[in-house]
Design a protein around this ligand. Structure first.
Ligand code: SF4
Length: 631
């Protein structure tokens, strides 16, 4: 791993480590689906010991994928596992510390004494790793930082980095370098900032450029899980950071590797892309989220949430019912419109003006020439190409869209845009290395102090749905997490659409993905967020089934975050971001959390979802689901 090796794909088993047969069978399924390393939890000595049996069995069957022991809290299990498997993952937040959720004021001397204590606890493991040639991952998790780190650095990317560096410095002192580092978080902004800061600190301290293991923790399942993973992991891969990936999904682990592989394989053909002019200074802070300051144009930019524009330009003969695909529903009996949480804000219809009144404040964008011919020029908005824009054409009084690429942003256009308070840019790219070219365009805007809002336009040729989710989430999400972008337009212009049904399906897909990306980048919350762990040998209930059950009853609670965690050992820390938590505490027993506080300690699992809803209701956050007659 690392150096010039390909980006390695890995995944983690979910069956009990003491279930040798189950672990071996699951590992084989994972290897066959593309996982190059297999991680297995070793919560105590007996599981660490059983790794030997699992390894023997896998090798006997001809499977040679390196095994990784996953350790939390138990140095003795780590020391045993390091003699058996190829790599040991330790969590610096809990290797030498027990979590008491205490804020302690450390003096420099008491802090130093703590570091000394860690050194004593950790040194034996490093010695064993050196002796056995075992690699190590120093795996920081945002959700499980030690009380010591939290007291000094807070719940920050810097705290995450420092947490790993405390252990890394000990390794280097002992001349042990077979290390990979991770900075995982379920918050994609924090995760990306932490990895970047880690790389910076390694450079500053003259430490080695260790390989990075990338992952977004508790990403969830299905489309949301894939989009969230791609936003975080993809953003870093685009910048050449990342040597191994695990995509954590609340699904069977053999579904993780193919997703990770799609993310990684995208870079096999990236070399040789059209050159992007280098920069000497970065006009954004890569370690902290700030949204680019823009002037508000209509309801775009300023402090408005990023907008979703749906591309209907190739849809001939648009009917009322077609808008269902973009979250707007015509109810014929009531002669009214209704919308769901994923109702698109604007539609781009190109040359095909819709022949009916649009619902719920949806606004229509037409190509400039079609707009000139439209009867109602007031309530539709023109989209210009650069040549049309600079030809002194007629403009809308309030809102105009200008589509451009980086190379079209000339000095004279910059001067013109400075005078134009009504122009929103729709930025396009044809560079294979698309996100960085679009980012470069943002940098030019910042450098020239242009405050026009920007819609990120991305177009993809025909591809399978999962790939589309991952690519678009990487490309748009990587910009949004840096505060760049005031909206998304996923364009269908490169897709060969065969019939209307297929076309509407694609439009619906684009719409859902756009909202998903905005949510995953934490720039617009339009649905309930589930922070569910991927499950492992510690899991105390069926995570997939429970997540599906909770989701079914709560997925209309827009903006609320619910953590669903398999065990009390790591669960509460890992769901640091959630408003409510559902955590396994024993067989058939669930603890319910409000934020980080446990409210009910051991609810029988058959009542736990009802009690969770009761808790949400008590806080005034519950809404009765509306009857969706238009579905
Ligand atoms: S929170 Fe989930 S994945 Fe993490 S240790 Fe517990 S059961 Fe395993």
């Amino acid at each position: 791993m690392g150096g010039n090796y390909p980006i390695r794909i890995q995944s983690m088993t979910t069956v009990d480590t003491m279930d040798t047969k189950g672990s071996v069978e699951q590992s084989i399924r994972m290897i066959e689906s593309g996982s190059e390393y297999i991680r297995i939890t070793a919560p105590s000595m007996k599981e660490a010991q059983n790794l030997q049996t699992i390894k023997n069995e896998l090798r006997r069957k001809g499977y040679n994928a390196p095994l990784i022991a996953d350790i939390h809290f138990t140095p003795n299990a780590a020391e045993l596992a390091a003699r058996i498997v190829e790599k040991v993952r330790i969590n610096p937040g809990n290797y030498a510390d027990k979590k008491k959720f205490e804020t302690i004021d450390y003096t420099d001397a008491t802090y130093e004494a703590e570091l000394q204590r860690i050194r004593e606890r950790f040194t034996p493991l490093v010695k064993i790793c050196k002796e056995y040639g075992t690699a190590m991952r120093i795996g920081t998790n945002h959700g499980s930082l030690s009380d010591r780190i939290l007291s000094r650095y807070g719940d920050t990317p810097l705290g995450m980095v420092e947490s790993a560096l405390e252990f890394l410095r000990i390794c280097e002192d002992m001349n042990y370098y077979d290390i990979v580092i991770s900075m995982k978080a379920s918050n994609t902004q924090v995760m990306v900032q932490a990895y970047r800061l880690l790389v910076q600190k390694l450079l500053e301290e003259n430490l080695k450029p260790y390989p990075l293991h990338l992952g977004v923790t508790e990403a969830g399942e299905g489309e949301d899980g894939r989009i969230k993973s791609a936003v975080g992991i993809g953003a870093l891969l685009e910048d050449g950071l990342g040597d191994t990936i695990r995509v954590s999904l609340t699904e069977d682990p053999e579904f993780e590797a193919p997703v990770a592989k799609l993310l990684a394989d995208r870079y096999l053909k990236r070399a040789g892309h059209k050159e992007i002019k280098p920069i000497t200074t970065i006009p954004i802070n890569p370690y902290q989220y700030f949204r680019r300051k823009t002037q508000e144009v209509n309801n775009i930019g300023g402090s408005n949430v990023p907008r979703v524009i749906s591309d209907l330009s190739r849809l001939n003969d648009i009917q009322l019912t077609d808008l269902k695909a973009i979250g707007h529903f015509y109810l014929p009996l009531l002669d009214k419109w209704s919308m769901n949480d994923l109702g698109s804000d604007y539609i781009y219809t190109g040359n095909n003006k819709v022949p009916f009144m649009l619902p719920n404040g949806v606004k229509e964008i037409l190509n400039h020439a079609a707009w000139l011919k439209a009867e109602d020029k007031q309530n539709t908005y023109p989209l210009y190409m650069v040549s049309e824009f600079t030809a002194d054409a007629e403009r809308h009084k309030a809102l105009n869209f200008l589509r451009l690429e980086l190379k079209e942003l000339t000095t004279s256009l910059i001067a013109e845009l400075k005078q134009s308070a009504t122009t929103v840019l729709v930025i396009d790219t044809n560079n294979l290395h698309a996100m960085p070219e679009q980012r470069r365009l943002f940098f030019e805007l910042l450098k020239n102090e242009l405050t026009n809002p920007v819609i990120i336009l991305r177009k993809y040729p025909e591809m399978e749905e999962e790939k589309l989710q991952l690519y678009s989430a990487t490309d748009c999400g990587a910009l949004l997490i840096d505060g760049l972008g005031d909206g998304i337009l996923l364009s269908a212009e490169l897709v060969n659409v065969r019939d209307k049904e297929e076309h509407l399906k694609l439009i619906k897909n684009f719409n859902n993905i756009s909202f998903g990306i905005l949510q995953a980048a934490r720039t617009r919350m339009s649905k309930t967020e589930y922070i569910s762990c991927p499950s492992c040998g510690r899991t105390l209930f069926d995570l997939q089934e429970t997540t599906a059950m909770i989701r079914k009853r709560t997925d209309h609670l827009k903006g609320i975050k619910i953590g669903i965690m398999g065990c009390i050992v790591n669960g509460p820390g890992e769901m640091a971001d959630a408003d409510y938590g559902y955590v396994g505490v024993g067989k058939g027993k669930i603890a319910l959390y409000r934020g980080q506080n446990v409210i009910k300690k051991a609810v029988p699992s058959e009542h736990a979802v009802d009690e969770l809803i009761e808790l949400i209701r008590e806080d005034g956050n519950w809404l009765e689901p509306s009857v969706q007659e238009y579905n």
